[in-house]
Design a protein around this ligand. Structure first.
Ligand SMILES: Cc1cn([C@H]2C[C@H](O)[C@@H](COP(=O)(O)OP(=O)(O)OP(=O)(O)O)O2)c(=O)[nH]c1=O
Length: 193
């Protein structure tokens, strides 16, 4: 049987993969997440997902049949990529940019196995209610925006900002489950075990 490694430090990706009954081990990998000049958001998240998966796989060079899954999530509004906010001002400005508008949450997923890396990108539309600055500052104090793309968590306290979602909920949280299950199955890794 082929085994799977999740190359991620994210507790949410771990929970999502557990949710569909995949057996795996989690390892964290550190890569440079800077955006390259002229890189589109889709190319960016796919490149990072592939890098996380390849860097993770290098650690298992002796076992090429081990599958390594990497993933990356970004929030995109009017073509601009929003990563994780570094401070309160950045978080408030990100959230006010998303206020009353529809943005895309894009997640890249990649699997490296037997010397090959296969990847995909899933895009989901999220529409925010109108927010005010005081609310965004109060939200920052909860500690939730700090480690999340776009500065919010749909699965947590940030759910109150969301008016509508079109597409994959799990992809917004960090791992599109339907598409990931298909990618794993095509490569001989089971879910629902
Ligand atoms: C929009 C949104 C993002 N996020 C999270 C998903 C990702 O974990 C994070 C974006 O950062 P990523 O760089 O994609 O992932 P990560 O640093 O958490 O983990 P790793 O690189 O080790 O795999 O934002 C939510 O949890 N909820 C949301 O609603």
């Amino acid at each position: 049987m082929k085994s799977l490694i999740l190359a991620s430090a994210s507790p949410r990706r771990k929970e999502l993969l557990q949710q569909i009954g995949v057996r795996f081990t989690q390892v964290s990998v550190d890569i440079d997440e800077s955006v390259l000049p002229n890189e589109t958001p889709e190319t960016y998240v796919l490149r990072l997902a592939c890098e996380k998966s390849k860097v993770g796989h290098e650690r298992f060079a002796d076992s090429p049949s081990v599958g390594v899954l990497g993933s990356d999530t970004s929030v995109v509004i009017n073509g601009a990529i929003l990563g994780k906010p570094e401070n309160e001002e950045e978080a408030v400005s990100m959230l006010m940019r998303l206020s009353g508008k529809t943005h895309d949450v894009i997640t890249g997923v990649a699997l490296t196995i037997l010397g090959e890396t296969k990847g995909l990108v899933v895009s989901t539309k999220v529409t925010f209610k109108t927010l005010n600055e005081a609310q965004c500052r109060r939200y920052w104090l909860t500690g939730e925006p700090q480690d999340k793309a776009g500065g919010y968590g749909i699965q947590g306290l940030g759910a109150v900002f969301v008016d509508k979602i079109e597409g994959s909920y799990s992809s917004v949280v960090g791992l599109p489950l339907a598409e990931t299950a298909e990618l794993l199955e095509e490569n001989g890794i089971q879910y629902w075990t």
